[in-house]
Design a binder for this molecule. Sequence first.
Ligand code: GLP
Length: 262
Amino acid sequence: MRVVIQENYENMCKWAADYIAAKINNHKEDRPFVLGLPTGSSPIGVYKELIKKNQAGELSFQNVVTFNMDEYLGLPREHDQSYWYFMHENFFNHIEIPAENINILNGMAEDPVAECARYEEKIASYGGIDLFMGGIGVDGHLAFNEPYTSLKSRTGLRDLTTDTRIVNSRFFDNDPEKVPAQALSVGIGTVMDSKEVLVLINGHNKARALAATVEGGVSQKWTCSALQMHNGAIIACDEAACGELMVDTYKYFLDIEKKERL
Ligand code: GLP
């Protein structure tokens, strides 16, 4: 696992956007570059940087196919808290990307289980995901894979924990009851099958989750810890999130990254 520690949120986002842009630009195969994407406040700065690069003509999304991590069950696209709406507001409406290259789970599907199976098949039809960018919740959930979700899980329906509904209620008039109780989400197994995974972890409130991701044992209690078993996992974080890391761990990763740049 690589842990890239940046001074602040802004630098973390710049680093992540540069990394993603380089991967897309260096992709020389005929098939499209397949990019997994998250919602949440963590990736917003990365989206801003990617938009700038696209508008400056430094990065093209013409040969990029995207798959989003998750979607609330029962929210239509037009709902301002649907992840479809979030992605268009914060990213897709500002870049040039063919609409047919965008994939987001349909939270209004008549048969959500079939919708999740279709999603897995579609990912497979492109030969899998090249790079999955993610964020995590304060309880370490990756996509909507809450604590105790199987580390081998595939795309499916998830029950949201009370904790997550309370945290996400900030977008629903501060009323946890208004937060949908279920969501459609890629599985930990789906994320683990990606060639690379880049997870953004920033802010004091993610310090415990960062320590669990990097230093804790691999456990279904912290689904993000599965990344320790991935060969191409990168955590991009800011100083504020490092508060619960051991001093040795913190120094080790700073040191290693310095060497990688030499
Ligand atoms: C939601 C999403 C996750 C996201 C998490 C953290 O629960 N389903 O995919 O990673 O929120 O969000 P934030 O980045 O706002 O802390």
